[in-house]
Design a protein around this ligand. Structure first.
Ligand SMILES: Nc1ncnc2c1ncn2[C@@H]1O[C@H](COP(=O)(O)OP(=O)(O)OP(=O)(O)O)[C@@H](O)[C@H]1O
Ligand SMILES: O=C(O)c1ccc[n+]([C@@H]2O[C@H](COP(=O)([O-])O)[C@@H](O)[C@H]2O)c1
Length: 220
């Protein structure tokens, strides 16, 4: 059965690292990728760009990519954008047997035990994990309580994610990509357009709207 893969992120802004892992997931799995910009991310300072601008940048970045979709539900929902709420909503829409998965980078996976109702996540969806520079994953030596949460769930067989609605964990083992939104924002704030890390249309949007520029200093 085709898989519904959800890719949640702050996307502040979306960059080529995001696209690289979504493409790697599509190459490995028979799936659509639903980009889900967080409205009010539960675990970090408010994003630098507003929800509408972040969604517009996602739409520009995925416009020519078959199988990539933008899902605005977390932007339209009031309150914190908890992943468990989003997955419960999608599960209710898809019914109990459709395969559903959430795509995360390795750094996000390491923080999983701190997520809201973390234990429920794997009852609702599979997890697809992308490697990320600086966040090595050794499935046999994860810290507690993550190790216990994920015990017995790892698989290298993508077919298992298509054959069950939830509960498995697949590592992509894709080539590492160095981009981070923090790095992109720092370069933009220093008037470097970061063209090597951004889709061209996104770079043009940022330039046109003046996003991520340092606040002008008041004259003395
Ligand atoms: N270069 C990358 N390689 C692998 N995973 C990535 C990469 N960039 C982002 N991700 C993953 O994509 C998801 C969404 O990331 P997010 O929108 O927070 O971007 P980010 O680059 O991590 O941003 P920031 O630097 O602001 O934390 C997270 O699960 C994150 O781990
Ligand atoms: O639900 C939670 O408690 C939770 C905690 C941390 C992260 N998330 C989600 O994980 C996704 C990636 O987060 P981030 O900070 O790397 O953009 C994004 O969709 C967040 O809303 C969700």
């Amino acid at each position: 059965m085709p898989l519904h893969l959800v890719y949640g992120g702050t996307f502040d802004p979306i960059h080529l690292g995001h696209l690289a892992i979504a493409r790697a997931a599509r190459a490995r799995l028979d799936c659509t990728v639903r980009f889900m910009p967080a409205g009010d991310p539960p675990h970090r300072a408010p994003p630098g760009a507003g929800g509408e601008d972040r969604a517009a940048m996602v739409a520009l970045a995925i416009a020519h990519e078959p199988g990539f979709l933008l899902d605005r539900r977390e932007l339209e929902r009031n309150g914190r954008s908890y992943t468990v709420d989003t997955l419960a909503e999608l599960r209710a829409e898809l019914g109990p047997s459709q395969p559903l998965a959430w795509l995360v980078g390795a750094d996000s996976l390491l923080g999983l035990p701190g997520w809201h109702r973390a234990q429920a996540l794997l009852t609702l969806a599979h997890l697809v994990v992308a490697d990320r520079p600086g966040s090595p994953i050794d499935a046999s030596a994860l810290p507690e309580p993550l190790a216990r949460m994920l015990e017995g769930r790892w698989t290298d067989d993508a077919g298992r994610l298509h054959a069950a609605p939830a509960g498995h964990l697949l590592r992509l083992h894709q080539p590492l990509h160095p981009a981070s939104a923090t790095g992109v924002r720092a370069r933009l704030a220093a008037s470097d357009p970061a063209l090597d890390l951004l889709p061209a249309d996104v770079a043009a949007f940022i330039e046109e709207k003046g996003l991520y520029r340092p606040a002008p200093t008041a004259p003395l």
